[in-house]
Design a binder for this molecule. Structure first.
Ligand code: NAD
Length: 514
């Protein structure tokens, strides 16, 4: 595979990725690093310090997508024939490279996205975990052998790759989410065209570079940078793309599902959430407090699994809210590269405006603001997209701040009088991603596991913290039934073929010969 043409240095040359030396990134199409055919580029800037330019990226269009899909389709004819354990060896190699380069990759991720270094290290670690986990799957990819109803006949089902997969990813887990899609797709024998979010293109780009360095053949992985309508839509509409794996907002997910229906493409959707933590009166309140602080304000509330509602029993409401407001207002905001920082900026200023509009909505709806509620602009914070951790008390379940995904550091507290009411409130939104209950009563915990409508339920833990070896996804408007992560990700990226082998030497008729 040819080397990058316009990148003055690669990460493998020992330079720290956090150093602003590298400015010009390219697309990878058919093994070649290329500028966009549109000739346009866009900038990627640090949301904590607007003068810090992470790099420029190709602002691509449909011609770039078409070239990438054609390259991926060509590569598929040979990649699908590489034995799965051998395909997996490339992913093992990628895991080792990622592990060795974790710190550099985390630093550049903090620069492009803002979340604190401990969390960007976790994001890279998630890619490493997924690489090791799914590479081992290369020696399994289990099908099933079952008995035939006829004598001298053998029956089994095998997995087959789909072809070219279009992967479209959001900005909040800039490397983890692209890895959750790319690695399983490749182990299963597919080739890919990846379009990362234009707010965080560098981390996805570095992931693809690592795969190139690991020796993945030309055309098997392709990356096309650019916008949702200019690059995402052409991927979705392309007749040679067999499958779309999309993680992002429910609104865009619905548009993609509708468009994909025209060619009956397979679509795996991981969408929005309005996750809640329930605190029962018997809970360990110290633990519940730590959980909600981490769940609501970690990643500045920009996780699909972030805790955006606290459903608390009346008996412990006053103590919880008082302690929570106190702790939230003391969280240290700042540049994520500063080890003292607990909460980084929002991903950009537009997102900050959006978050603030929900503060205004909450006030207008009559909820009581008990912490935050404004941009943080003191000193150096003035140059970034910072927003104070915000808590609304006396929120009614029907209010917009209790129903709509805000995707920022805003927590709505809802008071309830019983376990049944708590679960009813938790289930009462259009979403169903993550959920949590704090209780010391095992009977209550088991009932919550049974009755909560969500893809993920934590007991005595916050709503965030998924691990790669379990299915990940949600119900209702959070998705369309697929589960990426865990063994179920293989279902998203393979097609079943049933195989019958008749060694009787005569015509046998199922259901008729009896
Ligand atoms: P988004 O939906 O705006 O964008 C996601 C990706 O889709 C981006 O790459 C974007 O460029 C692209 N895109 C936009 N319009 C498109 C179109 N018409 N056709 C094809 N592609 C298009 O989401 P975002 O703001 O990047 O991310 C935040 C959202 O992602 C939140 O709703 C969050 O809950 C969700 N999310 C969900 C999960 C999950 O696993 N359930 C994980 C992370 C984030």
């Amino acid at each position: 595979m040819s080397a990058p043409t316009a990148t003055p240095a690669t990460l493998s040359e020992g330079r720290r990725a956090s150093e602003p030396a590298r400015r010009e990134y390219l697309n990878l199409i058919g093994g070649k690093w290329l500028p966009s055919r549109t000739g346009k580029t866009f900038e990627n800037r640090n949301p904590a310090k607007s003068q810090d330019l992470v790099g420029t990226f190709p602002d691509s269009g449909s011609e770039d997508v078409d070239a990438a899909v054609k390259a991926a389709a060509r590569a598929f004819s040979s990649w699908r024939l590489v034995p799965a354990p051998r395909r997996a060896e490339f992913i093992f190699r990628a895991a080792e490279i990622l592990r060795d380069r974790k710190e550099d990759l985390a630093r550049v991720m903090t620069r492009e996205m803002g979340k604190v270094l401990a969390e960007t290290r976790g994001d890279v670690q998630e890619a490493i975990d997924m690489a090791y986990y799914i590479a081992a799957e290369g020696r399994r990819l289990f099908g099933a052998t079952v008995p035939s109803e006829l004598p001298d006949k053998f029956a089994m089902s095998v997995r087959q790759p789909l072809g070219v997969c279009g992967l479209i990813t959001p900005w909040n887990f800039p490397m983890a989410i692209p890895s959750w899609k790319t690695f399983p797709a490749l182990v299963a024998g597919n080739t890919v065209v990846l379009k990362p979010a234009s707010d965080t293109p560098a981390s996805a780009h570095h992931l693809i570079e690592v795969l190139v360095e690991a020796g993945v053949p030309e055309g098997v992985v392709n990356i096309v940078h650019g916008g949702g309508s200019t690059v995402g839509t052409p991927i979705v509409m392309h007749p040679d793309v067999k499958m779309i794996s999309f993680t992002g907002s429910s609104d865009v997910g619905k548009v993609i599902a509708e468009r994909s229906a025209k060619t009956l493409k397979r679509v795996s959707l991981e969408l929005g959430g309005k996750n809640a933590q329930i605190v029962m009166e018997d809970a360990d309140l110290d633990l519940a407090l730590e959980g909600v602080l981490w769940g609501a304000f970690g990643t500045t509330g920009q996780r699909c699994t972030a805790t955006s509602r606290l459903i608390v029993m009346r008996e412990v409401h006053d103590e919880m809210v008082r302690r929570l407001a106190d702790r939230a207002s003391k969280l240290r905001l700042g540049d994520g590269l500063d080890p003292a920082t607990e909460v980084g900026p929002l991903v950009n200023r537009a997102q900050r405006e959006r978050v603030h509009s929900y503060t205004e909505i909450g006030k207008a709806e009559g909820a009581k603001l008990v912490a935050g509620g404004a941009s943080a602009t003191e000193g150096a914070l003035g140059d970034g997209a910072f927003y104070k951790p915000t808590i609304f008390d006396q929120v009614k379940p029907s209010m917009r701040i209790a129903q709509e995904e805000i995707f920022g550091p805003v927590l709505s507290v809802i008071t309830v009088s019983s376990m049944e009411e708590a679960i009813q409130v938790l289930n009462g939104t259009p979403f169903g991603l993550s959920s949590s209950i704090y209780t010391r009563d095992v009977n209550r915990a088991m009932r919550a596991i049974r009755d909560i409508e969500a893809g993920i339920t934590y007991v005595n833990g916050p709503t965030i913290g998924a691990e790669v070896q379990l299915p990940f996804g949600g119900v209702k408007e959070t998705g369309n039934g697929h589960r990426e992560g865990g063994p179920t990700v293989i279902d998203a990226f393979t097609e079943w073929k049933s195989v019958y082998i008749d060694y009787s030497g005569r015509l046998q008729k199922a259901q008729i010969d009896r």
